[in-house]
Write a protein that binds this ligand. Structure first.
Ligand code: PGA
Length: 222
């Protein structure tokens, strides 16, 4: 059985109350996942929810890791508005870097993304580095890459599995990357088309992860 990552990217969604409801619902399903050491399940909420999620997961002993959705490229200090890696590390083990929405809406540059990766690694966070093109530069030290073609994100039109396999193979061949995940309109119905691919080791889920039942169903169907 190969190692698989299942990542719930909540993006800019959920209040504290909604996060708690999701966690309670997910707890009902989680007993089915705890035995599988091969699966890493990661929840990526907005920054202010990191503490709440961490506290809930610890208290209920859920096998659910936490990831942030971004990280400051700077160490702590006079950088108003930025969230320092050192603080993120108190709650999370992973961080999404280079998501196409962050590149598009917050104009994150390649240089900045490389700095974010370096910062994440320096505080002990594992970067989940997103690319939407197979030839995109992947910073040194990245071991987990999520391939998310732009047309597939949030569109209900997931990419063709043969193309995904070819791109994942290419990324692994050209970079020192251990795991390539697929992201883009993954659902319980489509997940197995991707997790069964030889070069793919999991999925990054946006829309369908907002429902705990759907996200659990994705893990079960993989
Ligand atoms: P989606 O988002 O599953 O809603 O397409 C995936 C992502 O952007 O991480």
């Amino acid at each position: 059985m190969k190692k698989q990552f299942f990542i719930a990217n909540w993006k800019s969604n959920k209040t504290g109350k909604e996060a708690k409801e999701w966690l309670h619902e997910f707890t009902v399903h989680s007993s089915q996942f705890t035995d599988s050491k091969e699966n890493t399940i990661i929840l990526c909420p907005q920054f202010p929810l990191l503490s709440l999620c961490h506290e809930f997961i610890t208290r209920h002993e859920l096998s659910l890791a936490i990831g942030a959705q971004d990280i400051s490229p700077f160490i702590e200090g006079a950088y108003t508005g930025a969230v320092a890696g050192k603080l993120i590390r108190e709650f999370a083990s992973y961080v999404i870097i280079g998501h196409s929405e962050a590149r598009k809406y917050f104009h994150q540059t390649q240089e900045e993304l490389s700095q974010k990766v370096a910062m994440a690694l320096s505080v002990g966070l594992t970067p989940i580095y997103c690319v939407s093109e197979k030839t995109e530069k992947i910073p040194t030290g990245v071991t987990v890459v999520a391939y998310e073609p732009l047309a597939a994100i949030g569109s209900g039109r997931p990419d063709n599995p043969e193309d995904v396999e070819a791109v994942a193979g290419f990324i692994k061949e050209k970079n020192d990357v251990l795991y390539v995940l697929y992201g883009g309109s993954v659902t319980p119905e489509s997940v197995t088309q991707y997790t069964s691919l030889a070069s793919i080791q999991g999925v990054l889920v946006g829309g369908a992860s907002l429902s705990a039942n759907k996200f659990a169903s994705i893990i079960q169907h993989a």
